[in-house]
Each structure stands twice: as structure tokens, then as C-alpha cells.
Design a binder for this molecule. Structure first.
Ligand SMILES: Cc1cc2nc3c(=O)[nH]c(=O)nc-3n(C[C@H](O)[C@H](O)[C@H](O)COP(=O)(O)OP(=O)(O)OC[C@H]3O[C@@H](n4cnc5c(N)ncnc54)[C@H](O)[C@@H]3O)c2cc1C
Length: 225
């Protein structure tokens, strides 16, 4: 089992409370937590949630201006904390440190391509909620039922491209295939800023593709697992 990491010298421990939980799909929950009055963050950053002696990183879905803190968490099969978070009672007290990380938007004159797999969508939600919308956002999931947050993202951003790896009578506006397939087949040659968040495999595959086809592009990454 992973040990509790020593808290960074300048990282405060905040106390919070579970206000609400809803299921976004069969395996994904959204948690709403009390935002401590002195806690601030930038869109794209994460917190390290602590429950009993277990701590795990979670990106913030909410925007800095929102009243509460929102997390989007996949319930991992046999996963210690994600399983507990899917069951603990509303009102449970939790602790967290943060904000952590540098996965924030860096404006440039290159088009921004956001690529997420699964709950890797979380930091992009915070950015979109904060007004960063002149982007193309690819969300790679298995099934259309996993396309949570599409309702608010689709009308907000310039291009929203849902990619289904296990299409099964998928809606017309979905791409049938992985995010890498979409980029390979549809993204015109050029220089871009790629923001990649989610599984190590996706980040590896997109990085290889960018090196091969989109020379001069920049890549920012946040690896979840
Ligand atoms: C920077 C960072 C930000 C993160 N942000 C989020 C977030 O916003 N939402 C979120 O759901 N997770 C996020 N994670 C993953 C999260 O920290 C935990 O690893 C995850 O919740 C599993 O914890 P657990 O205690 O339930 O599982 P553990 O008991 O720690 O078991 C871990 C196992 O689950 C696998 N695993 C971890 N995450 C996933 C996943 N999403 N899908 C499939 N397998 C997985 C690991 O490879 C490992 O085999 C983030 C991770 C990092 C490093």
C-alpha cells in the first residue's frame, strides 16, 4: 500500500466536508466538497485528498470562482480510496493539501488541442468553466454513456470531439475509434499546443504521433495512472 507522503513545506492541510455525490456514469462519481474560505487555485490544478491514512491526487473540475470544490472520480475496481469515496456518508469530514501542479493553460498563437481519456477530462472542465473555450477538446472513453459533462462542454468550446473505443450504436456526432486515431486521420499538419490528461498509454501514443506528424508543437501532460 502507498504510504502517506510528507506534506510539502509550503502546502497547507485544509479541512473539508462531503456535501454531495452523484453518479455521472456506471463507474464515475462527482463529489461536491466544501471550499475552505482561504483556498485558491488555478484552473487545471489538483488537490491531494486525504481520508484516514490514504491520500490520492484529484484534479479540480470546478472553476476557481465556483462556490464549492468539485471532483470527478473513476471508481477503480479494488481501488482503495476511490471505492471508499463512492460509499462514505454525506457530511464525512476529509482533509486535503494543495493546490498542486502546473497543468494550467499557457496562451500562445498556436491552436490548443485538449486530449483527455476518462476522468482526465477534469482539469479541462475547470479551464472551460473559467472561460478557456477557443480550443478543440477530444474526450476518449469506451461508451457513449461515459461522455459525462458533454452537455456543458459541447456548446462552450470551438470543437468537441467525443471518441468511442467500443462503439455500440454510437450517436452520429461521435468518432468511432481512439483519440490517437482521430488525430492521425483528421488533424491537419501544423504546430499545436497539446494538453494531454489521463492514462499513461494515451499520453505515450499521442506523444509519439506528435513527434512524427506535428513537428514544432508543444506538449503539456498530466498522467493519472
Ligand atoms: C496528478 C494526478 C491527478 C489525478 N486526478 C484524478 C482525477 O481527477 N480523477 C480520477 O478519477 N483519478 C485521478 N487520479 C488518479 C487517483 O489519484 C487515484 O490513483 C485513483 O483514484 C485510484 O486510487 P485508489 O486508491 O482507488 O486505487 P489504488 O488502491 O491506489 O489502486 C490503484 C490502481 O488503480 C489504477 N488506476 C488509477 N486510476 C485509474 C483510472 N482512472 N482508471 C483505471 N485504473 C486506474 C492504478 O493503475 C492502479 O493499478 C489522478 C492521479 C494523478 C497522479
Amino acid at each position: 500500500m502507498r504510504q502517506l507522503r510528507p506534506v510539502e513545506a509550503n502546502s497547507e492541510i485544509y479541512s473539508t466536508e462531503l456535501l454531495d455525490r452523484r453518479w455521472l456514469s456506471k463507474k464515475t462519481i462527482e463529489l461536491k466538497l466544501v471550499k475552505p474560505p482561504l483556498f485558491t487555485f488555478n484552473p487545471g490544478q489538483r488537490i491531494c485528498l486525504i481520508h484516514k491514512s490514504v491520500e490520492r491526487d484529484y484534479s479540480l473540475v470546478s472553476a476557481p470562482a465556483d462556490t464549492d470544490l468539485i471532483l470527478c472520480i473513476r471508481k477503480v475496481h479494488t481501488g482503495i480510496l476511490s471505492s471508499q469515496l463512492s460509499e462514505i456518508a454525506l457530511g464525512t469530514r476529509l482533509r486535503f493539501t494543495g493546490p498542486h501542479g502546473y497543468f494550467t493553460f499557457k496562451p500562445s498563437n498556436r491552436p490548443a488541442i485538449f486530449v483527455a481519456t476518462g476522468t482526465g477530462l477534469a482539469p479541462f472542465c475547470s479551464m472551460v468553466r473559467s472561460g478557456i473555450t477557443d480550443i478543440a477538446l477530444l474526450h476518449g472513453v469506451s461508451l457513449a454513456a461515459d461522455l459525462y459533462y458533454a452537455d456543458f462542454i459541447k456548446p462552450a468550446v470551438k470543437h468537441y470531439i467525443p471518441c468511442l473505443s467500443k462503439p455500440n450504436g454510437s450517436p452520429e456526432d461521435c468518432f468511432n475509434g481512439r483519440v490517437t486515431d482521430y488525430l492521425q486521420k483528421n488533424l491537419p499538419p501544423g504546430k499545436y499546443d497539446f494538453y494531454l490528461c489521463g492514462s499513461r498509454d494515451m499520453i505515450h501514443d499521442v506523444t509519439v504521433l506528435v513527434d512524427e506528424r506535428f513537428e514544432g508543437s508543444l506538449i503539456y501532460t498530466e498522467i493519472y495512472y
